[in-house]
Write a protein that binds this ligand. Structure first.
Ligand SMILES: [Zn+2]
Length: 703
């Protein structure tokens, strides 16, 4: 979905830690399976025309801005010239290393989808992808259908008379995979990571964070949101005058939800907020107007002995609102979100309004994405891992996996040596940290076992019909995991996603195929490039196991405290310095990066780059260091790292990221970790006092 709706994120991605802010809104967890993985071919398969793919960014000495000094403005030196010459394309809100690879992945997907749609009598995943594609691309048919596909659902909302009827509607629509109000799904039990339990989280807001409903500096976005609500209601058939009044009521409704919600900073910096085990009977007492015993029953799953009612204050407020909010307001809220969520798959008027608010107003995008890119977004949301089976056959050379495995092993060895040498940690805590180190699971490229898609029925009749069928299918598949052992072969991202993640409950680091390309990884590049690129990414994901939240999980992925009080204090004094460092970065005039919100990612960047540097030194020991383009190995390592964080954002998108995302903008990630490393200063012969050399008392080393 294109809207910024945190509640559609399934739990597994809410607790896992992704590498980049890109795609944070969209991906759904997929995985599980039956069919055996196909062998990835070593070369592009016949049928994929490589010349049609947009070029990837690679480090090139000619891109360096030699008018800038690496010691004072490393980001400008490495990336400034390229960024100035490559403005953000009109259909995007950011542009850089991740985005160019995402465009490349889309171009591959484009060819695959066309082939799937053209396959006669297709079955299995070819049929699913082909049906999504051909119905999505049939703009005339989608336009002719207008809002017709939602008519029955809207009539049901119109008929709601009181709180109990609304609660019943919420249960019924949730069972179809359509829950606008809160997140619900499986995740490993924090205290028993081999078993899945159900988690219910906060949700229900149409803006990226609770602060948007109160903060003075975000009132323009709140006003634009109110207008958007009115417009969507009007498009759905509500008379204009009523639509404006109803929009005001919806804003009041969501403001009340926002007051009962936690902020992005709170959620990201205290993972324990997700874990509030309770019996359904006790939960019923907390939320009498929304009984959980009934909810479980209505979802078609056995009522468990316990589940996590995360963020209970939010759910208590929802229950109160079922008792004291006018049904008319509930109906406006449900009508708006039902239409808004479906808008990308409806006729042009809905599509354009959706773009206008979510992409243009909120993210500063200048033009709507071409239809084919939007349709591919829908395929990825609905059947991402099915599509991924096709993707890896043509876009993931088999030898990439072997080369990555070596890199991961070398990074592991370097991390072990770093932990053993830490001067601020007692031996007792080190032993625990090393036990955790020993149980890391790396996943590279694509799942060993693919998920079974045989229950998903798609057709050539209706685009939104296919989208809704996939929503329901995926939701039921997720619910099927509750109360069952965790399937450790599952992936939380599809192979065609340009990103990576760490999952604390399984202590696993995961690298989808699509990120294993330049500038991150190139099987033919020298060590310096790969260690400064994907090496730093591998190190980043491993360090998440030891960031402020990951370090609250033990070797088996259970939530447990393995720290001595003195070591915990030593850790906090180091992380405080990193908070201060990032608090000092100004993203836009008057808008500072939030060092606390981004702390976990910044710990991971710093530990990851240090570990990658050590791993490169170990791999290069005894080897000659020939200059390449006039740069030695250490210099090229940092130049490669700077290149992967080559990124620019529109000012509007920058505001969304800074206010609600746990990742700092890329330009600060390019300089944040290197400026703490003496190896960087040595590589570029920087002096004390240079901006890229943090003063000794401010320099941070954690892992
Ligand atoms: Zn991360």
């Amino acid at each position: 979905m294109s809207a910024n709706r945190p509640q559609v994120l399934l739990l597994s991605l809410a607790v896992t830690l992704a590498l980049s802010a890109c795609n944070r809104e969209a991906p759904k967890a997929d995985a599980d399976a039956t069919a055996a993985a196909p062998a990835a071919s070593a070369v592009a398969a016949p049928g994929i025309d490589d010349s049609k793919l947009p070029p990837a960014i690679r480090f090139a000495a000619g891109d360096l801005d030699t008018s800038k000094n690496a010691c004072s403005d490393f980001g400008g030196y490495v990336n400034g010239k390229w960024l100035a010459a490559n403005p953000i394309p009109g259909d995007r809100s950011s542009w850089g290393a991740f985005d160019t690879l995402a465009e490349r992945s889309l171009a591959v997907q484009h060819q695959l989808a066309e082939q799937a749609a053209a396959t006669k009598d297709a079955t299995g995943i070819d049929k699913i992808v082909g049906d999504f594609w051909s119905t999505g691309m049939d703009e005339a048919k989608v336009n002719a259908q207008g809002i017709e596909p939602l008519k029955a659902d809207l009539a049901e909302i119109d008929a709601l008379a009181d709180g109990p009827a609304i609660a019943e509607y919420l249960r019924k629509s949730a069972a179809k995979g359509d829950n606008v109000l809160f997140g619900f799904g499986p995740e490993a039990d924090f205290k028993n990571s081999s078993m899945n339990i159900a988690y219910a989280t906060q949700g229900g807001l149409g803006l990226p964070d609770r602060g948007y409903y109160f903060d003075k500096d975000k009132q323009d976005k709140l006003a634009a949101y109110e207008k958007h609500i009115a417009k969507v209601l009007e498009l759905s058939g509500v008379p204009a005058a009523d639509a404006a009044t109803q929009a005001k009521a919806v804003i009041g409704f969501e403001t009340r939800l926002a007051k009962a919600s936690l902020s992005s900073e709170q959620i990201n910096r205290d993972v324990s907020l997700y874990y509030k085990p309770i019996s359904p009977a006790d939960a019923d007492k907390l939320t009498p107007n929304f009984p959980w015993t009934k909810f479980f029953e209505s979802q078609g799953i056995a009522t468990p002995a316990m589940f996590s009612l995360a963020m209970p204050a939010f759910h208590e407020e929802v229950s109160k609102m079922l008792g004291d909010t006018a049904p008319a307001t509930w109906k406006s809220y449900l009508r708006f979100h039902t239409v808004d969520e479906a808008s990308p798959y409806l006729s042009d008027a809905f599509v354009n309004e959706n773009y206008d608010f979510n992409s243009k107003t909120m993210r500063g995008q200048k033009e709507i994405k071409a239809r084919w890119k939007r349709v591919l977004g829908a395929v990825n949301n609905g059947a991402g891992e099915a599509f991924g089976q096709m993707y890896v056959k043509v876009a993931f050379p088999a030898d990439s996996k072997a080369k990555m495995e070596t890199l991961v092993q070398n990074l592991r060895a370097a991390l072990k040596a770093r932990i053993e040498k830490l001067d601020w940690m007692s031996d007792a805590t080190k032993q625990k940290a090393l036990a955790k180190w020993a149980s890391f699971t790396p996943k590279i490229g694509y799942p060993d076992k693919w998920r079974d898609w045989s229950g998903l029925s798609t057709s050539r009749d209706s685009y939104i019909g296919n989208v809704l069928a996939a929503n329901e299918f995926n939701y039921k598949w997720e619910l099927g995991k509750i109360g069952k052992p965790v399937d450790k072969t599952e992936w939380g991202m599809s192979p065609q996603t340009v990103n990576a993640y760490y999952n604390p409950s399984q202590n696993e680091v995961v690298f989808p195929a699509a990120i294993l390309q330049p500038p991150f990884f190139d099987p033919n590049a020298d060590d310096a490039m790969n260690y400064g690129g994907i090496g730093a990414v591998i190190g980043h994901e491993m360090t998440h196991g030891y960031d402020d939240q990951g370090s609250r999980f033990g070797p088996d992925g259970n939530f447990e405290n393995w720290w001595t009080p003195a070591d915990a204090k030593g850790f906090a004094s180091r992380t405080d310095k990193l908070v201060n460092q990032f608090n000092g970065y100004e993203a836009l005039p008057g808008l500072k990066v939030n060092g606390k919100l981004t702390l976990g990612e910044n710990i991971a960047d710093l530990g990851g780059l240090n570990t990658a540097y050590d791993a490169m030194k170990m791999a290069a020991a005894g080897k000659p260091d020939p200059q390449t383009d006039g740069f030695n190995r250490d210099q090229r390592f940092f130049l490669s790292f700077g290149t992967i964080w080559r990124d620019q954002l529109t000012p509007d998108y920058m505001k969304v990221i800074v206010n609600s995302n746990e990742h700092a903008p890329g330009n600060f990630r390019a300089i944040g970790a290197p400026s703490n490393m003496p190896a960087f200063a040595a590589a570029f012969q920087c002096k004390a006092g240079d901006p890229m050399v943090r003063a000794a008392d401010k320099q941070v080393v954690i892992w």
